[in-house]
Design a protein around this ligand. Structure first.
Ligand SMILES: [Zn+2]
Length: 149
């Protein structure tokens, strides 16, 4: 068993998906190889990180109900708009002057929410991609996370 093979099988080793013989030979190698022991430690950190991340992200079997949320946001905007129109009709001149400004703020809020949802979607895809290769790039991804903390 050489280092390259150990590192290649590391993600499966952590997940406990290897045959007992394979697991034993990897464990024996790691015990005698500080480099691979370090790699294992980082890969385990990554694995724990992704477990946390998966718990936080919406699961694939229970997709987040984007359309419902969007409807809520739109309904909220509509009620604010109705409120604004009411105020414009019955309100003072000063109120009327402020109304368009608050309306724009609410549209901005809706845009932010949409952006956030997009980010979540993008991030989910990113998480999926990285999970696949985290065994290979655990060191660089770890430093990326440290840099972005
Ligand atoms: Zn090694």
């Amino acid at each position: 068993m050489n280092c390259a093979t150990v590192k290649e099988w590391m993600p499966h080793y952590i997940d406990g998906q290897l045959s007992p013989e394979m697991e034993l030979s990897i464990r024996l190698h790691i015990e005698s190889c500080p480099d691979c022991a370090q790699w294992l430690e980082e890969a385990r950190e990554m694995s724990a990180l992704w477990t946390d991340m998966e718990a936080w992200l919406p699961g694939t079997e229970e997709p987040m109900e984007y359309p419902d949320l969007k409807t809520d946001v739109m309904a909220h905007i509509e009620s604010l708009e109705a409120e604004r129109r009411e105020r414009t009709i019955t309100g003072t001149l000063a109120r009327r002057r402020f109304a368009p400004k608050t309306s724009w703020m609410h549209y901005g809020l809706a845009a932010c929410l949409t952006f956030l949802l997009l980010q979540l979607g993008v991030f989910e895809n990113l998480a999926y991609g990285i999970t696949e290769i985290n065994g290979h790039v655990s060191t660089s991804v770890n430093s990326w996370f440290r840099a972005n903390k």
